[in-house]
Design a protein around this ligand. Structure first.
Ligand SMILES: Cc1cc2nc3c(=O)[nH]c(=O)nc-3n(C[C@H](O)[C@H](O)[C@H](O)COP(=O)(O)OP(=O)(O)OC[C@H]3O[C@@H](n4cnc5c(N)ncnc54)[C@H](O)[C@@H]3O)c2cc1C
Length: 474
């Protein structure tokens, strides 16, 4: 009997509930990866589905005792390979940790890591409260995954990304010990900001099992504007104008022609497929919303918008946002149509630049795509300077893949040269590890490695993701 089958026997003994330890080869394969097409995934030894923090802790203790790596997973909607299994690992799926409790007095929610983002939003709304971070995957991604990647979303331009809302965490450490950090009902906790450290750590420092989240009062009614532009660059000028104005939009999203056409083809939504780009802008300041919308409309006109349309009611505004949320599946379908037989794939870039550099970024992306003759659609949380150039590739053609990869790298290089970051929201995972190193520089890498080795000296937590240990040149 090998050491790994001993580990499975120990897991079954520690987690006796049905379906807690999965070893069926088909299930292992199906659960081995997230949604990043190009990132390699290994085959895990087992997928474990604990029901509470104690079972997560027991699982990690067993993994540590057997020297087996552990890969935490939420809903596997990640776009950077962060949730991909490594060979022989124990995948810990947090999806059974679904408790939600809302404290209206403290305006806090305590949630299990497996709670789906939209379920929390709805639970908060029932109490007249709001949980703003709203990734496009909000109907499927988990709060644990959102915290682990520090996810963004459409309303983050005004309300900030996930980390702004994390008040406290329960984390299972690499030896199975349980850490509680942050302070319930207080903005500040004594000591180092451990809550901040684990937020965005992509499962490499600990496994988050429970999260205390700040909530806000429900948002006021808003107004939404759709502006049509002949080119992406013109839309970029409008973005810069709006973000430089005194208005803080509650939403500022860009869709280029490739996305508009892909979405219309996927699910007709009445979008103008002849447009070079569409900008969705909103204000949620109640009675002041129209004034803010007028200011944003003026910036759009100045930048060359050919058509401006204000949604007549919330139903129409919601329909526009719903169309925006279809961007990823629509592009997946476009890739599948372009390269049939399962060959079509996407490389999703996630570059974020300072507001003043947006036009240079979008113009540069177009130039790079043209120079490599590769189809690249651009979509993004424009108000955050966070863009997703989506590169369409034939996964079976090494030459096309190499061109796609070159486009990805050139966009990253451009983003960093403009003072940006290699990940606006999706995290580093496997996809952007090299680029993180360039962004951090040698001292930043050394500090990351020191933190990692202090918290996970045996390197069992999500190995190979984010940053490699100092001795590992692979
Ligand atoms: C259609 C679509 C739209 C998207 N839109 C957005 C968007 O607008 N904004 C955005 O930020 N992202 C977006 N994403 C990417 C993705 O949804 C986010 O990264 C999300 O936060 C991942 O959550 P998840 O539950 O799927 O986590 P997973 O993909 O399962 O995991 C993501 C990472 O977190 C780690 N992890 C997961 N749970 C835990 C835990 N409990 N403890 C420790 N580590 C953990 C994993 O190891 C992995 O490194 C989108 C993806 C899709 C498919």
């Amino acid at each position: 009997m090998t050491i790994t089958t001993d580990a499975v026997a120990d897991l079954r003994a520690a987690l006796p509930a049905p379906d807690s330890v999965l070893t069926d080869p088909d299930l292992l394969l199906a659960g081995s990866r997230d949604m990043a097409d190009l990132c390699p995934a290994g085959v895990p030894l087992a997928i474990v589905r604990p029901r509470d923090t104690a079972e997560v802790s027991a699982t990690v203790r067993i993994a540590a005792a057997h020297g087996v790596p552990v890969v935490p997973q939420g809903a596997r909607t990640g776009l950077a390979g962060g949730a991909n299994a490594v060979d022989g690992s124990i995948v810990i799926s947090l999806i059974r940790l679904t408790q939600i409790s809302v404290d209206t007095t403290a305006r806090l929610a305590v949630v299990g890591a497996g709670v789906v983002n939209a379920d929390l939003s709805r639970a908060a709304a029932r109490e007249g409260l709001d949980y703003p971070p709203d990734p496009g995957s909000w109907e499927s991604s988990t709060i644990g995954g959102n915290v682990a990647t520090d996810a963004g979303g459409m309303c983050c331009v005004k309300y900030g990304v996930t980390s702004r809302y994390v008040a406290g965490l329960t984390v299972v450490l690499a030896d199975g010990a349980v850490l509680h950090c942050g302070r319930y009902g207080s903005e500040r906790a004594a000591g180092y900001d451990l809550t901040g450290l684990f937020t965005g750590s992509e499962g490499t420092l600990g496994i988050i099992t429970e999260i205390v989240l700040r909530l806000r009062p429900a948002r006021r009614p808003g107004r939404t504007l759709a502006a049509v532009f002949p080119t992406v660059a013109a839309a970029g000028r409008a973005i810069t104008g709006i973000t430089g104005s005194r208005v803080v939009p509650s939403l500022l999203e860009l869709l280029d022609r490739t996305h508009l056409r892909a979405i219309e083809d996927y699910r007709p939504s009445g979008l103008d497929t002849g447009a070079g780009a569409l900008l969705l802008a909103a204000s949620d300041t109640g009675p002041g919303a129209q004034t803010e919308l007028d200011i944003m409309a003026a910036h759009c006109e100045r930048a060359g918008a050919t058509e401006l349309h204000v949604a007549t009611d919330q139903v129409e505004a919601d329909a526009l946002l719903a169309a925006r949320r279809l961007a990823h599946p629509a592009m997946e379908r476009l890739a599948a149509q372009r390269f049939p037989g399962g060959r079509g794939g996407l490389i999703v870039d996630d570059v974020a630049v300072p507001h003043g550099r947006v036009v240079e970024l979008v113009e540069g992306v177009i130039r790079i795509a043209e120079s490599h003759d590769v189809l690249v659609g651009v979509v993004g949380h424009a108000g955050d300077g966070n863009f997703h150039p989506v590169i369409v590739v034939d996964l079976s053609d090494p030459a096309v893949l190499a061109r796609g990869r070159a486009v990805f790298d050139e966009i990253m290089r451009l983003g960093l040269s403009l003072g940006g970051t290699c990940t606006g929201e999706h995290g580093v995972g496997l996809l952007k590890r090299d680029w993180l190193e360039r962004e951090l520089g040698p001292v930043g890498v050394r500090v990351h490695q020191a933190v990692k080795s202090a918290l996970d000296p045996a390197g069992i937590l999500n190995p190979g993701k984010v940053v490699l240990p100092a001795h590992d040149g692979s």
